[in-house]
Design a protein. Structure first.
Length: 455
């Protein structure tokens, strides 16, 4: 289901756009498909697949990714459809007049939109649960005691990839919302530099932190999607050799209380990188140890999220997920002076961290300190708050520093999904993708590649 494989098979006549689409629709027609998708555009997608096949048979010129399926998080405007952001509050909203820019670019490249994926309401959680549309589940231990969360907020998008429901998908990342689902579903997820992608037509959570990003089966998939979303033609990156890479591990609170599986998977990946010739150094980022900026209850994100929802929350609070409404309340009493001070503190922190990390090609850290949590115990707002904060502890740092970060699976097939994060420098997204491609290639024989269910 990789983008390059499907594109090649379509061009070579090994499959058709309609056959590819039907395989995806068959996967969606399941209990977890119904959890992963809010709407499925089966008729429109079939019509587009048939159009592509007819044009290809006639020898007509086609866009490079014509017929490749794409799922879209229910946060992005698609012409003629309502963008509900995973909520019932927006059921009566007007349909979008046009595609948002990133969707328009992907459509122009030939991708066939198969449907809108489920998500945490208004993208405000790292767990991906949704009381309105159901809870997407991780492929790992899916049928054990009710299953485990798929990670949020882009939960349905990640499941659409892990379960073969789509070849490509897009999500958004404000504190880890592409990377937490990616790690918990055993796939690759990218958070780009915030300003890399246009944000028009994407329902906001925090305008200072939101970043649209891809998830896929490989770094190559994410690189192709990233290039198109940023206005390019859809090129991948030549893998950067691992030998000679200068990598730093920011030891400290980011490594506190790791689950045993996470610690083992991360250290094994680090050992393999070192054996392959990478120079790996432990560093201490004292300013981060002092501030611990991620997941603060009073933050830039909480202030901006409350400002976006204030009027709607006051008028229609009963329609909100109570957990999300409680999170939004956290920004209700932040003074303007404190908001400005938080931005200044963020700018100073970014500069201080860059000064220390400038000699390195990338930072290494576990994507999440924990394996994917079980759904059943998450039955109170307090439990949800605690679990989400832990899941996003490490990922949220990249958003605070506004540095591109990618997560790559580093677990063995059949084991709990674990992610290795590589954090690059701001605006050096493509260099990070080249580094990640090299790292992924070196790890490929060790990480999980088999489709779910995990054996």
């Amino acid at each position: 289901m990789s983008i390059s494989k499907i594109t090649g098979d379509l061009a070579a006549g090994k499959t058709t756009a309609r056959q590819h689409l039907e395989t995806c629709l068959e996967a969606i027609d399941s209990e977890d498909g119904r959890r992963a998708f809010i709407t499925v555009n089966s008729d429109a997608a079939r019509a587009e697949a048939d159009r592509v096949d007819a044009m290809r048979a006639a020898g007509a010129a086609l866009p490079p990714f014509a017929g490749v399926t794409l799922s879209v998080k229910d946060l992005f405007d698609i012409a003629g459809e309502i963008t509900r952001a995973g909520s019932r509050v927006l059921d009566g909203a007007a349909p979008a007049a046009r595609d948002c820019s990133v969707v328009a670019r992907l459509r122009a490249a030939g991708f066939n939109i198969i449907g809108r994926t489920n998500m945490t309401e208004f993208a405000y959680s790292g767990l991906g649960m949704n009381p309105h549309h159901g809870n997407p589940r991780s492929p790992w231990e899916r049928d054990v005691d009710g299953g485990r969360v798929a990670g949020g907020s882009s939960s349905g998008s990640a499941v659409s990839i892990s379960d073969g429901m789509s070849a490509a998908t897009i999500g958004s990342d404000t504190g880890g919302s592409t990377r937490a689902p990616a790690v918990f579903c055993g796939i690759v997820g990218l958070k780009p530099t915030t300003t890399r992608m246009p944000s028009d037509g994407i329902y906001p959570l925090s305008t200072s932190f939101d970043a649209a990003g891809p998830m896929g089966h490989s770094t190559d998939c994410c690189a192709v999607m990233d290039d198109i979303m940023a206005g390019g033609a859809g090129r991948a990156e030549t893998p950067f050799p691992v030998a000679g890479l200068r990598l730093a591990i920011p030891r400290g609170y980011l490594f506190d209380e790791l689950d045993l599986e996470v610690a083992a998977g991360f250290e094994a990946a680090v050992a393999r990188l070192s054996a392959a010739g990478a120079t790996i150094s432990d560093i201490s980022l004292d300013i981060l140890e002092e501030l611990r900026p991620a997941n603060r209850p009073k933050s830039i994100v909480s202030a901006e999220a409350f400002a976006i929802h204030r009027d709607q929350l006051a008028a229609r609070r009963d329609g909100y997920d109570p957990y999300v409404a409680t999170r939004l309340d956290g920004g209700s009493d932040i003074l303007a002076a404190d908001y400005i001070a938080m931005h200044r503190e963020r700018d100073a922190t970014c500069a201080a961290v860059q000064a220390v990390t400038r000699p390195f090609d990338a930072l290494l850290l576990p994507t999440s300190p924990c394996v994917t949590p079980k759904i059943a115990p998450l039955d109170t707002t307090e439990a949800l708050m605690k679990a989400s904060a832990r899941v996003l502890r490490n990922t949220a740092l990249s958003n605070y520093l506004d540095r591109p970060t990618i997560t790559i699976p580093c677990h063995r097939a059949g084991e709990a999904p674990v992610g290795l994060s590589l954090m690059g420098s701001r605006h050096h997204d493509r260099r990070l993708l080249a580094i990640a491609a090299g790292v992924e290639g070196m790890l490929r024989d060790k990480i999980a590649r088999a489709p779910p269910p995990y054996s």
